[in-house]
Design a binder for this molecule. Structure first.
Ligand code: GCV
Length: 706
């Protein structure tokens, strides 16, 4: 956020009440903003607190000069009349704000933010920043704001050592890590602090600092390199962010010198208990562990004939005395598959492994499930695991880093995708949603747990996003990719927010209207370029939900058969007659049976399956008619021509911003739009040519196919 975003708040006279680290952060923010824009700040509160704050007295201004904003903890009174009135309304309604919520109101020319705990005050202050001038114009009745999800977490896939294949940040497209460089902590604390501030402004409250693929050096962050993690924690703490660590399941062997990592072995349990005790000694507010086990080569409990529940509970028990949680990832599948074997279906794997374990996990285990059954494709059905485990805390994992969505070289605003994911009715359009399960506010039950019981007992695990931030000048390489980080935080706080409204907020904060001579054009152009960019990306890449078709390894650019004969389990089965994966119960892998009704029937049925997922669930002839009226082959041609035309238009629109925004941002985006167009043309031509050659069916409109 440029300083200008703080002008409306910074030009006001602010009163702040309360104590604690996070309240001090609010005070410092207000001081900075008011010093720049002519307002002032008085940190009030009980007399004894003031006495501790010698410096504050000096710069506080006289009450009689009035004030425009009050930010207060409710128990720090006596408060000014306006705040007392808000408090009275809350009491009358019996409303609680929780540890992170706040109330906001405006009356008699005073804007008030009240919270029960310091984090609420911090988030309330950033709400005022988001509102800008609107926070200080018309009266506002008392509004209550509480996050939908308790845990709003980022995972960094950052390596301490530069990995020979994956580099400093696995699937990172924004330069190096902001935490690590060439085997050591960077200690560039200014950027870490600025990052923490940025994350607090969107409500993120947890962050893991290293890759889930834990290599040798990174494993030691748990023991002799714990000091590095503690130092990062010190810089995130003032912004209400708790640090988590990805750990290796084999750590008792590799770090502890034990002959085994068997979760039922008492020596292993004692090692984790003692190691975890030391972690909390160094970082008292440590959040917990993140684990990728028995997945893509990472060690896990299978080596000892134990289940994922045994493995997760081992760590959960070590963390429980300190209030920590273990995020155990459900991304488990066979990556050494034989492409000739049509019975193994990667999409089935997470459910097959985890659904039978429902009810066996400790309360402080959070099963972290990718939103789809495969791997963050631009279009996948929702993972059936999310509906299948009413007695397990589930977190839903999104990928903010754009591994499969253009790698921060393409404009691809993911707010609409995530909004669809979070709003998806797992038991039909009107039932509880993915967001309800992640938030712990609703569940439709399972064959063994009636919906009523599930609703009463479900506890949410929150939302997790794989970060897209690095040490690049623009933080996310593509300046417009910052909107994805922003949208992640806003949707974790309020999953029902409209993604276009979120984008509007981001545009106003990032390109404040006061910084350009034509704010209207800036806003309209950014919407024109970004609103539909995810669907544009979908149009010029793999069709109708079939997924992959990307270059193996890098995952950038087209390679239709790149994974077709590989062990990774990501196939499309195109031949001269048709394309798609038969995942039906009747004739295919049976995957559709992992869904509750009505989706089990809808996906099973060729007639009812939504067009956009057709090839994920069915193998069909090229002549198959879609609901749209088009055939599959004509749809492939049409969407690929349209996708490229849309990128041409995006580029044309962007060029209209010349002279209206920061030239450095303009230059970077122009350069990347050129690359996006080049890459989209490549996708179009390879996909269209491939399917034309396979099918022999010409384009109905006679356009150029090679
Ligand atoms: C961190 C995909 C990515 C891997 C990533 C993995 C995961 O397979 O390509 O780089 O590893 O997902 O989520 O663990």
């Amino acid at each position: 956020m440029p300083p200008e975003a703080f002008r409306p708040l910074g030009s006001r006279r602010c009163l702040l009440y309360g104590n604690g680290t996070l309240v001090d952060t609010v005070r410092d923010e207000l001081r900075q903003a008011t010093a720049r824009y002519g307002g002032d700040v008085r940190h009030g509160g009980p007399a004894d607190t003031l006495a501790d704050r010698g410096g504050d007295r000096g710069e506080s201004h006289d009450y009689d000069r009035g004030y425009d904003v009050v930010l207060a903890l409710r128990d720090s009174g006596p408060l000014p009349a306006e705040a007392m009135a808000v408090d009275a309304t809350l009491r009358r309604d019996g409303a609680t704000l929780g540890p992170e919520g706040y109330a906001l109101a405006r009356e008699n020319g005073v804007t008030t933010v009240l919270a029960d705990a310091p984090a609420g005050l911090l988030y309330g202050m950033f709400h005022l920043v988001r509102l800008g001038d609107a926070a200080f114009d018309a009266p506002r009745p008392v509004e209550r704001h509480r996050p939908a999800m308790d845990l709003r977490m980022l995972n960094h896939w950052d390596n301490v050592d530069v990995h020979p294949v994956m580099g400093q940040v696995e699937r990172g497209y924004a330069g190096g890590s902001i935490f690590w460089r060439d085997g050591a902590a960077r200690a560039d604390w200014d950027r870490v602090r600025a990052y923490a501030r940025l994350l607090a402004s969107i409500g993120v409250n947890a962050l893991s600092v290293n890759n889930v693929n834990v290599h040798a050096t990174e494993a030691r962050l748990l023991t002799d390199r714990l000091g590095d993690v503690a130092a990062i924690a010190d810089h995130l703490r003032p912004y209400g962010i708790r640090v988590h660590l990805s750990v290796s399941f084999a750590a008792p062997i590799t770090l502890g010198g034990l002959p085994t990592a068997d979760p039922l072995d008492e020596r292993v349990q004692a090692w984790w208990a003692e190691t975890t005790r030391r972690v909390y000694e160094a970082i008292p507010d440590f959040g917990g562990y993140v684990v990728k086990a028995d997945s893509e080569g990472q060690p896990g409990p299978f080596a000892y004939g134990r289940s994922h529940a045994d493995g997760a509970n081992l760590l959960a028990d070590a963390l429980a005395p300190y209030g920590g949680v273990v995020h155990w990832r459900a991304f488990v599948y066979n990556h050494r598959q034989d492409w000739r074997d049509r019975s193994t279906d990667r999409a089935r794997a997470a459910y097959d492994h985890f659904a039978p374990l429902d009810g066996q996990f400790r309360d402080n285990t959070i099963l972290q499930v990718k939103y789809g059954p495969m791997d963050f494709q631009p279009r996948e059905p929702i993972s059936p695991v999310i509906a299948a485990m009413p007695r397990t805390r589930l977190a839903v994992e999104l990928q903010i880093t754009q591994e499969y969505t253009g790698q921060q070289r393409h404009v691809c605003y993911l707010g609409p995708l995530w909004s669809e994911v979070l709003g998806f009715g797992l038991w039909g359009p009107d039932g509880p949603t993915v967001a309800d399960v992640a938030a712990g506010t609703g569940h439709g039950g399972s064959p063994s747990v009636p919906a009523e019981t599930a609703r009463a007992t479900v506890r949410g695990g929150g939302l997790v996003g794989v970060s897209n931030v690095g040490d690049d000048f623009f933080w996310t390489y593509h300046p417009l990719a910052q909107a994805n980080l922003y949208a992640f935080g806003r949707l974790a706080w309020a999953p029902r927010l409209d993604p276009v409204t979120i984008l509007d907020e981001w545009i106003d904060l990032t390109f404040p209207p006061s910084t350009t001579r034509d704010p209207q054009t800036v806003r309209q152009t950014l919407h024109a370029v970004m609103d539909d960019s995810w669907r544009t990306y979908e149009r010029y890449t793999a069709p109708l939900g079939v997924g992959f078709m990307v270059s193996p390894g890098t995952h950038y650019g087209p390679d239709v058969d790149g994974y077709e004969y590989s062990p990774w389990g990501t196939y499309h089965f195109a031949d001269r007659d048709g394309v798609g994966v038969d995942r039906t119960r009747a004739t295919g892998t049976g995957y559709t049976g992992q869904y509750p009704s009505p989706w089990a029937e809808i996906y099973e049925s060729l007639e009812r399956c939504p067009d956009e997922l057709l090839l994920f669930f069915h193998h069909v002839p090229y002549s198959h008619k879609l609901h749209s009226g088009s055939t599959v082959i004509q749809h492939i041609y049409d969407t690929h021509f349209a996708g490229v035309d849309e990128v041409v238009e995006m580029r044309r629109r962007w060029h209209e911003l010349a002279g209206l925004i920061d030239p450095a941002v303009d230059a970077r985006v122009r350069e990347l739009l050129d690359e996006q167009l080049r890459c989209a043309v490549e996708w179009r031509d390879q996909i269209n040519t491939y399917f034309f050659r396979k099918s022999g069916v010409p384009d109905a409109h006679g356009r150029r196919i090679y």
